[in-house]
Ligand binder design. Structure first.
Ligand code: SAH
Length: 413
């Protein structure tokens, strides 16, 4: 376990910054990012994680204070605006208390797995904290958090109840892993507090039990953002044959079974993911004999099912982000189109298609249109019955925070 005392201290010298008028307006309107090209003047060079204080151009008044991030085009990530406040233990305690209070409706329902802090929308930019029962998973998206970590963790210990704290690092941070000095010995999947031999963390969601590999699993181990869509699947599931494509550890499959599905076929390219799915089915005492698993590429696997004329009454397609940069948006649209075509070909009459996209670059309008277009071209009469986004533990504080979109559609006979 790492000695948290060895983490760097924040600098006692803030960077004073001036920005372009358009950036000032955006800050006043609450946008949490200041791009590199918006900065017109800064007092000194500074280091990652220094606090940058932005003053307005006319009267030199305080506009905002944020984390300075020299390795990112989003050079300042705003923590506090309008009222000047010290970014210290008390400030972090308050931010965590507010974040926790927002999740109270979930906590009141007995849900013990949820996103406790969703970055900018919870005033803690480029940071995610997810709760898995007694275990908290903290995911950092920038090295600019490192000088604040000691204070943040102290505030977490005061405000939140937990036994274990696991650290996850974004891909960008891991690519800097050769630079040990910059990461101060921190590594993805490290247990910062609690049981060093922790592997799975347990939690309850809508009365169902799950375990997640919080140290090595995707994101922080589970996809809390799909909770409400999973609940809809449970309500739709009774008596249906379900195909769960990109099934991962079985979020949708477990809900489907709990809702009375006749059978589930789960498809994923990762064998360990499908093993985890079976473990989650077993954890809930659900009928494992109703679950089939196919370790395969989704496109090839669905094609094979089409060729063997298989039909399902509910097809769920929840792929990983297919467009993660501007350049591959068009390619992603084609991939989504292909998935929709394959999904539709596998639907029985009156069957339901649930398809989602977690690429923030694919807008709801684009997604809606591509599903509709795939149906038109293939000659299906498809009615989109509902479109949804993420749940209340992923509040959308600014436009870029919205990434998940899902479409529920019914195939008319
Ligand atoms: N639906 C899941 C989350 C899906 S995460 C849930 O609700 O929990 C994306 C999953 O897609 C991962 O498990 C990953 O292993 C799988 N995957 C990625 N590319 C794939 C591909 N080409 N074919 C099949 N599975 C793939």
């Amino acid at each position: 376990m790492i000695d948290l005392g060895k983490l760097p201290e924040p600098s006692d010298k803030n960077i004073a910054v001036r920005v372009k008028p358009a950036a000032e307006r955006a800050i006043r309107q609450g946008h949490p990012w200041v791009f590199e090209e918006s900065i017109v003047k800064q007092s000194h060079l500074g280091n990652a994680g220094d606090l940058a204080v932005i003053y307005d151009r006319d009267k030199n008044r305080f506009l905002a204070v944020g984390l300075y991030d020299p390795f990112s085009p989003i050079r300042i990530k705003i923590l506090q605006r309008e009222q000047p406040e010290r970014i210290n233990f008390a400030w972090f305690v308050k931010a965590l208390e507010v974040a926790q209070a927002r999740r109270q409706p979930l906590i009141d329902k007995g849900i013990t797995g949820y996103r406790l802090v969703y970055g900018e929308s919870d005033r803690l930019p480029a940071l995610v904290i997810d709760r898995y029962g007694d275990t908290l998973v903290m995911k950092l998206y920038t090295v600019a958090w490192l000088p604040q970590m000691k204070t943040l963790i102290a505030a977490m210990r005061k405000t939140l109840k937990f036994e274990n704290l696991v650290l996850r690092l974004s891909r960008a941070m891991q690519s800097q892993r050769h630079d040990i000095l910059r990461l101060h010995g921190l590594a993805d999947g490290q247990v910062l507090l609690g049981a060093g031999d922790l592997t799975q963390a347990h939690f309850i969601e809508n009365g169902l039990r799950f375990e997640a590999d919080v140290r090595k699993g995707h994101k922080t181990g589970f996809f809390f953002d799909q909770r409400d869509n999973r609940q809809r699947v449970r309500e739709l599931a009774n008596g249906r044959r379900i195909l769960d494509v990109f099934a991962y550890s079985g979020g949708f499959s477990v809900y489907g079974l709990a809702g009375g599905a006749k059978s589930i076929l789960a498809l994923d390219s990762s064998e360990p993911a499908l093993e985890a799915l079976k473990a989650n089915v077993a954890l809930n005492g659900l009928d494992e004999k109703r679950v089939g698993a196919m370790v395969t590429d989704a496109f090839a696997g669905m094609r094979e099912l089409v060729d063997t004329r298989r039909k399902f009454n509910l097809v769920i397609i929840d792929p990983p982000a297919l467009a993660n940069n501007r350049a591959n948006v068009q390619k992603a649209v084609f991939a989504y189109r292909r998935l929709a075509e394959l999904g539709l070909a596998l639907l029985a009459e009156d069957g339901v298609l649930l398809m989602s996209s977690c690429s923030s670059r694919i807008t709801m309008e684009m997604f809606y249109n591509l599903v509709t277009r795939s149906a038109e071209v293939a000659g299906y009469d498809l009615e989109i019955t509902e479109t949804t986004s993420h749940g209340l533990d992923h509040p959308i504080g600014f436009p870029e925070a919205e990434y998940l979109k899902a479409v529920f559609a019914v195939l008319k006979s």
